[in-house]
Design a protein around this ligand. Structure first.
Ligand code: ZN
Length: 270
């Protein structure tokens, strides 16, 4: 066995653990961002009795198992959301690493996926997308453009045409869906669609380019309609649709398999 093989055996679990640690932080953000509480300084407490959590209860996944999903003091059931988000974030980080290797793309897509998890959960509950989340994705999108388009210029002969066509794809992505959403927002006076949705599709479009952001919109529209119909059937009453969770899911699908889906779709027609 070579040293690199040994490295790979440990690398995937290590990336998964890193993902669960950040996933644990995402849980904190989901709880505190809507209440505008500090996400770093305050200690984590039981929502039932207010007792501060001990160090081992804060270990991602393991902490939940150690206390068997209950608070040590008041025995209140802890939400399954905590371990699920931790595991999901860990799986996504490994998935991006397998897809894109140890590249800037894997790193930036992983971080964007984490922000999308926060957006989905907060919007589902409060019908608001925290502005900080959209700013974070915007900054990551700009970093992506710098690392993917500007940095490679150092190693390859300058190809202005390629660079301009890549930049155009991403700038068009900024407007492709957000422009449509903005129009709906203005015409419906903010009732059909939220301002947060407009901004999310602008910054995600800058990251993905116009083809993939249109794909994200299609995925969001289809899953949103299906889940919404099912919810109305099951719950029997009309629930206001939060679009954010479906948009976040669509963007995630575009990051994970967008290129494959698009080439298959275009290939199918050609
Ligand atoms: Zn408690």
């Amino acid at each position: 066995m070579r040293l690199t093989d040994l490295g790979n055996i440990f690398l995937h679990p290590a990336i998964f653990v890193l993902g669960t640690v950040i996933g644990s932080f995402l849980n904190v953000c989901v709880l505190r961002l809507p209440q505008e509480k500090d996400i770093v300084k305050e200690r984590s407490r039981c929502l039932g009795c207010g007792n501060a959590l001990l160090w081992y209860e804060l270990i991602p996944l393991l902490g939940f198992c150690l206390v068997r999903g209950h608070c040590r003091h008041c025995r209140m059931r802890l939400s399954w959301q905590y371990p699920c988000i931790e595991a999901l974030n860990g799986v996504l980080y490994v998935w991006f690493f397998v897809l894109y290797g140890g590249s800037y793309t894997a790193l930036i897509y992983g971080l964007v996926a984490s922000v999308l998890i926060i957006i989905a959960l907060v919007d589902w509950r409060t019908y608001e997308i925290p502005i900080g989340c959209n700013i974070a994705i915007g900054v990551l999108a700009l970093l992506y453009l710098v690392t993917m388009i500007l940095l490679p210029l150092r190693d390859t002969p300058f190809e202005a045409a390629t660079m301009i066509s890549q930049l155009t794809t991403h700038i068009a992505g900024f407007f492709a869906v957000s422009g449509l959403f903005w129009l709906i927002y203005v015409l419906s006076r903010g009732r059909a669609i939220g301002g947060g949705d407009v901004k999310l599709m602008a910054v995600a479009g800058l990251l993905l380019g116009w083809q993939l952001i249109l794909l994200a919109l299609m995925v969001a529209a289809v899953t949103g309609s299906v889940v919404h119909l099912l919810l109305m059937r099951l719950k029997g009453k009309d629930r206001v649709l939060a679009f954010g969770p479906y948009l976040a899911f669509g963007i995630l699908v575009a990051m994970l398999g967008g290129e494959v889906i698009l080439s298959w779709y275009i290939g199918g027609w050609g």
